[in-house]
Design a protein around this ligand. Structure first.
Ligand code: AGP
Length: 609
């Protein structure tokens, strides 16, 4: 999730671009760059790292052009570096991009065969070469843009400059957001309205497939076939801060609602529904290496450890490879039995968690295979493991992890399918079924999130309790743990997750009307047993909030509150049962007035042991 900004007008673009990039830093901050006209040519300045490095680079420079584009990067392809920073310029074209070009590799080979030289490892550079290639064939700029866009597959929000067209900024959008700001004789493009809200409150929200050519006369919109389009401007009434959060009160709430898109972006380009295949581009082990894997160790901390627990279920059920889970801070002290037959999967949103990094080093020291599942391209853990499966959740700003968690589960589901298929445990027909089930999940997640109002009302009733118990069995046990962690870390209420079957071995002594019990009870092979646990809690005057699948009269008759989620394959239920628990924690914390995005004593990444 990168940040794009652009300007065309009578003012000096540079100051407007830099201010816009600062307001978009929450969308990514690996590197930044700008492209501006000066004496008719496009000048590009780029720098890895924080925006301040780009500002140092630009100090004292002036550009006489009236058009410019800028970009702050959240790397998805090509590690953070000066060469991989946007804008990418080749020939007469400069491009900034947010999204993922799925077919960039074959296009890159095609262009190389025509003699084009690439200087970065990004998918974006292909777009610049494509447009410039058409220009060199004599195709006019606007046509060249359309021709290029018709050849690429994937998601994009683009800002484009062309030498020879100093009074034009081109923009295009497909699945990545892009808006056009309408000023008084000046125009803006941005990934998000906060970037330019100080200059205008009137915006055109581009839709998928829209292309805009902005000149001093204003934006002209077309679709990919060249048909003219008209889009009504809308007026934004948010403050810049509210706009950064997309109108949500906190980043955490925004990121909870971004989860369907995060899961889509994590599986994008990694499955073929017709063939029923999983393609993991950075998975290092092919035939021989795969056969050597006799055991999988999943290691992580916090919420990522909960994802690891889910991952163990998925791995064993789908690939029949024994899977074990450990907490990062425990793993290296148990002198773990690791050899070349062990695959250690280290899961980390930040890729900088010291304990998880230490576990990875221990596994490598003992000759194990290592793979990381991570949300930050080029982070430490991705450089210390032999392979990576990136989640594409975009920057997660809220300290409480939400969209990274469901994206990690998506990556783990893909890994388990990949291992199961390679070992011929899963037939092609079964693969198609699982992949179809996974593809339907984001839409069902969206449906669950539409019920947020219900959860808010429920939260209001439970905001004053001081202790909660969360219960679940099987693949719902890690979800019970995750629900408890979310509540405790943002509302400071004591909450404990427990295997439902363990309740009789101790926690049942705690049950009374002052301790609400949240029971994750989807209809799967553990359902009958969980019903029994619900009876045991009820018999001791416990208050029960049950998470059930579809309308479940059996449970509704026994508990105080029911939250329903759609019925899916049991191994996919965590994607849905997690969401109401995130929302319950969020609204209780919001009613208690805690600092939800930066809870006390917590850090987004625990880089010390
Ligand atoms: C989760 O909400 C917490 N912020 C925390 O437990 C976090 O999951 C843990 O510190 C691991 O972080 P990582 O995924 O970046 O390694």
């Amino acid at each position: 999730m990168c940040g794009i900004v652009g300007y065309l007008g009578p003012r000096s673009p540079l100051q407007i671009l830099m201010e816009g990039l600062h307001r978009l830093e929450y969308r990514g901050y690996d590197s930044a760059g700008v492209a501006l006209f000066h004496q008719g040519a496009i000048e590009v300045r780029r720098a890895q790292g924080k925006l301040s490095r780009l500002e140092d680079l630009l100090r004292g420079e002036a550009f006489d052009g009236r058009a410019g584009i800028g970009h702050t990067r959240w790397a998805t392809h090509g590690r953070p570096s000066d060469d991989n920073a946007h804008p990418h310029k080749t020939g007469r074209i400069a491009v900034v991009h947010n999204g993922i070009i799925e077919n960039y590799l074959p296009l890159k080979e095609e262009l190389k065969a025509k003699g084009r030289v690439f200087t970065s490892g990004t998918d974006t550079e292909v777009i610049a070469h494509l447009i410039d290639e058409f220009l060199q064939q004599g195709v006019p700029f606007r046509e060249a843009v359309k021709e290029a866009l018709n050849k690429i597959r994937g998601s994009y929000a683009l800002g484009i400059l062309c030498e020879g067209e100093p009074q034009t900024v081109a923009a295009a959008r497909k699945e990545s957001p892009l808006v056009i700001g309408l000023g008084d004789g000046e125009f803006f493009i941005a990934s998000d309205t906060p970037a330019v809200l100080n200059y205008t409150r009137d915006f055109i929200f581009l839709e998928d497939g829209d292309i805009a050519f902005i000149t001093p006369q204003g934006p002209q919109l077309e679709d990919l076939s060249g048909r003219s389009l008209a889009r009504e401007p809308q007026r934004i009434h948010w403050s810049p801060l509210m706009a950064e959060r997309g109108g949500y009160k906190h980043f955490m709430l925004k990121e909870i609602h971004e989860q369907p898109a995060a899961v889509i972006n994590t599986i994008r380009g990694r499955i073929t529904e017709e063939e029923g295949e999983v393609i993991l581009e950075d998975f290092p082990y092919q035939r021989k290496g795969l056969e050597e894997i006799k055991r999988v160790f999943l290691v992580a901390c916090g919420t990522s450890w909960h994802a690891a627990l889910v991952g163990a279920y998925l791995t064993e059920r789908l690939s029949r490879i024994p899977a074990e889970v450990d907490i990062g801070s425990e793993f290296r002290y148990r002198d773990p039995l690791i050899d070349e037959g062990t695959l250690l999967v280290a899961i980390s949103q930040s890729g900088e968690t010291a304990d998880t990094l230490a576990a990875t080093r221990e596994a490598r020291r003992k000759g194990g295979k290592t793979l990381s599942i991570c949300n930050v391209l080029g982070s430490s853990i991705t450089r210390e493991t032999e392979g990576v499966i990136y989640t594409h959740a975009g920057p997660e700003i809220g300290v409480a992890s939400t969209k990274a968690f469901t994206s990690q589960m998506a990556a783990l589901f893909l890994l388990a399918l990949h291992l199961g298929r390679a070992r011929k445990i899963i037939t092609q027909e079964e693969m198609r079924g699982y992949i179809q089930g996974l593809v339907e999940i984001p839409g069902l997640m969206k449906r669950v999130l539409e019920g947020a109002g219900e959860i808010e009302r429920l939260a209001r009733k439970y905001v004053h309790f001081q202790d909660f118990l969360y219960l679940g069995r099987g693949v719902s046990y890690p979800i019970a743990l995750e629900g408890a962690l979310k509540l405790k870390e943002i509302s400071y209420i004591h909450a404990e997750g427990y295997p439902a079957g363990e309740m009789k071995h101790g926690p049942i002594a705690l049950i009374d009307e002052d301790m609400p019990v949240v029971v994750v009870a989807p209809k799967d092979h553990t359902y009958e047993k969980v019903l029994g646990n619900i009876e045991e809690v009820k018999a001791r005057d416990g208050r029960i909030i049950a998470l059930a699948t579809d309308y479940d009269p059996m449970i509704a008759a026994k508990v105080d509150e029911v939250i329903s989620v759609p019925t899916v394959h049991p191994l996919l239920s965590p994607f849905l049962t997690t969401l109401p628990l995130q929302l319950l924690a969020y609204y209780i914390a919001d009613f208690r007035g805690t600092d939800i995005d930066q809870p006390r004593n917590l850090a987004k990444s625990v880089t010390v042991e």
